[in-house]
Design a binder for this molecule. Structure first.
Ligand code: PCA
Length: 205
């Protein structure tokens, strides 16, 4: 079986729950051809990325799919790109608020995701799945770990991607601006199943 490292974040700002970790927790341990290894990351610049890389190097995962919450969307999105920028709109969970700083000094401005985001989104939309492409992970901690992982595994066979998930109905004043947890879990599962199929197809091509 292939090894998938699936991460979610702890709560931050005024929220006491983070739907990314709630959804990751609810997923099974085996999806498609993947054995799924779940990991909770702290919303802290630098620390989250370091813990992620330590775990990924320790267990030698084939694929890394990170998840985080996005308060501005009612659908999931698969992020196409990570940028070498730390721009906090909010303090992280240790009070850091970098502005205009690089994630990795001297490294490239951006990296594309190495999971097949475009093929995935096309397939998922045909299946009626609420997923679209994201072109900006922002400059906060999600982008930080996504960039860190893409930079670290650049040029290796490890495939790296990021999915942002919407808020839960209990987190917003207008429930139409959120997605129930069951829907997020179902969609994440569909993303991972399709990813497993695409990678298997690519291997046999
Ligand atoms: N979302 C934040 C960081 C943690 C999370 O769940 C982000 O989009 O950067």
């Amino acid at each position: 079986m292939k090894k998938l490292l699936l991460t979610g974040f702890d709560p931050f700002a005024h929220y006491n729950i983070n739907p990314s970790w709630e959804a990751v927790k609810a997923l099974p341990e085996v999806i498609g051809s993947f054995s799924v290894h779940k990991m909770l990351l702290p919303n802290i610049y630098g620390t989250a990325g370091r813990l992620l890389l330590e775990e990924a190097e320790r267990l030698k995962h084939d694929v890394i799919l990170m998840t985080g919450m996005d308060s501005g969307s009612t659908r999931l999105h698969l992020d196409a790109v990570a940028v070498n920028l730390r721009d906090a709109l909010l303090e992280d969970n240790k009070g850091a608020a970098p502005w205009g700083e690089p994630v990795v000094p001297g490294a490239p401005a951006a990296y594309f995701a190495t999971i097949p985001t475009h093929t995935l989104v096309k397939r998922l939309q045909k299946q009626g799945c609420p997923v679209h492409l994201g072109y900006c992970t922002g400059g906060y901690v999600c982008n930080d770990i996504f960039y860190t992982a893409l930079h670290h595994f650049n040029g290796t066979p490890v495939k790296t991607g990021f999915a942002h998930v919407p808020l839960l109905p209990q987190m917003v004043w207008d429930e139409s601006k959120a997605l129930p947890l069951e829907e997020t879990v179902k969609t994440l599962r569909q993303i991972i199943e399709n990813l497993s199929e695409i990678l298997t197809e690519e291997e046999h091509a």
